[in-house]
Design a protein around this ligand. Structure first.
Ligand SMILES: Cc1ncc(COP(=O)(O)O)c(C=O)c1O
Length: 409
């Protein structure tokens, strides 16, 4: 960047900080200049539609995750959409049928849920384990019936549930497993990456996640047949790219257009090469933040932290905090206060998703079931970012001062 551009850039950055008064963001600086340069190179090549960089990224990604196939898409939501629409596709062996039940944690993201409904399947909500923020195995077992044909796992903020239990449940019951690993790229349970356990695994490269391509995502699978289905669904139902003869306009399936641009692939691939470095920095920053809080003279157990489940080598991007029960009543006021001081926070995923108006609109919880643990996480929880640069002492002091500034009565 030349001096003039740098000055404009810095001015914009300062203006952004002043106007929004952000001192500690949820996710700053996720794109670096070397990432942007890779994107610019694609722009200058004037071939910005899907091409060889996307293919290379997919190949390296599948090798890293340990799945046979990876396919890049324009978002993590699109990856989930492909997973569900592939699961009901006429070309799929043992395909799911209209009305089949799919278990999903109540602590989920909007587009973990909606592809299930859009595919004509029936979501059944499962409560959460407050220790991991992930699906409760206990409640999961209660919810499994003959109608259960799939489980949509959502690995929350780099953490997961006991994957051994999940494996044994699906094995004995012939249930399809789909993993929404959109928040968990790089987390490894017993030497196997999250996302590689299921029939399909999805990842998001949205700007605040472990790596970013601005917008983008990846879907992985192990069967050639499944790969061919998602490949055709990604692109109009076309067989282009699957067969040697690309000249024919053969449409072998139904389809969407969920392709990424080559610009996003170039940025995402460059970030992907730095994933392990990012993981280490974030893991270290997480330890520094927790140590700072628990060793403060003002520490009175204001929070419960969420540790990685046993056997997990986690990849974080946010630090979930659960307020001690006695502070619940002041949570909204407290968050408004610290946000005003420049400390950005957000809910854990989107809290208890069953509370959302959209769930009521589609009458998805007609039995009016309560999800006590998930509600508890919504009532007590929020998260702050874990950044890609080593956290400074002044940032640590800022977090200590503000996060512990709760009224004692
Ligand atoms: C669990 C989960 N699934 C899916 C998504 C969707 O990813 P994207 O924003 O790339 O569409 C998100 C996004 O934050 C997410 O947190």
């Amino acid at each position: 960047m030349n001096l003039k551009n740098r000055k404009i850039f810095n001015k914009l950055l300062i203006e952004k900080k002043i106007s929004k008064k952000i001192v500690y963001d949820l996710s700053p600086n996720s794109l670096f200049n070397d990432d942007i340069i890779e994107g610019i190179k694609v722009l200058l090549s004037k071939r910005i539609t899907i091409g060889n960089i996307t293919k290379k990224f997919e190949k390296e990604f599948s090798k890293y995750i340990g799945s046979k196939y990876a396919l890049m898409v324009n978002s993590g939501s699109s990856a989930n959409l492909l997973a569900l629409f592939a699961s009901i596709n006429p070309l799929k062996k043992n395909k799911l049928k209209f009305g089949d039940e799919v278990l999903i944690p109540a602590l989920c993201w909007s587009t973990s849920l909606w592809p299930i409904v859009q595919a004509g399947l029936k979501p059944v909500f499962v409560d959460t384990d407050p220790k991991t923020l992930n699906i409760s195995i206990e409640d999961l077992k209660k919810k499994i019936t003959k109608k259960t044909k799939a489980i949509m796992l959502v690995h929350v903020l780099g953490n997961c549930t006991n994957m051994d239990h999940i494996k044994s449940i699906i094995k004995s019951k012939n249930i399809t497993l789909i993993e929404d690993a959109c928040e968990s790229l790089g987390s490894k349970y017993k030497n196997k990456y999250l996302g590689s356990y299921g029939t399909f695994g999805s990842f998001s490269f949205y700007y605040s996640h472990q790596i970013t391509s601005g917008e983008g995502g990846m879907i992985v699978c192990n069967s050639r047949k499944d790969y061919e289905i998602i490949h055709s669904l990604r692109s109009h139902g076309w067989d282009r790219g699957l067969k040697n003869n690309n000249k024919n306009f053969n449409f072998i399936n139904s389809g969407f257009n969920l392709r990424p641009t080559e610009i996003a692939a170039a940025i995402g691939y460059n970030q992907f090469k730095k994933l392990n470095t990012f993981k280490k920095i974030r893991s270290n920053n997480r330890k520094l933040i927790i140590n700072k809080l628990v060793n403060s003279k003002n520490w009175t157990n204001q929070y419960q932290f969420v540790d990685a489940i046993k056997h997990l080598d986690p990849s974080w991007f946010g630090l979930p905090l659960l307020l001690n029960k006695k502070y619940i009543k002041q949570k909204a006021r407290f968050l408004a206060k610290i946000n005003k001081k420049g400390l950005e926070t957000r809910p854990i995923i989107s809290g208890n998703f069953v509370n959302q108006k959209s769930v009521k609109l589609y009458n998805l919880n007609h039995k009016k079931e309560k999800f006590y643990n998930t509600q508890n996480i919504e009532d007590r929880g929020f998260f702050i970012g874990i950044h890609l640069k080593k956290i400074s002492n002044s940032e640590l002091n800022f977090l200590e001062k503000n996060l512990l500034d709760l009224d004692e009565n």
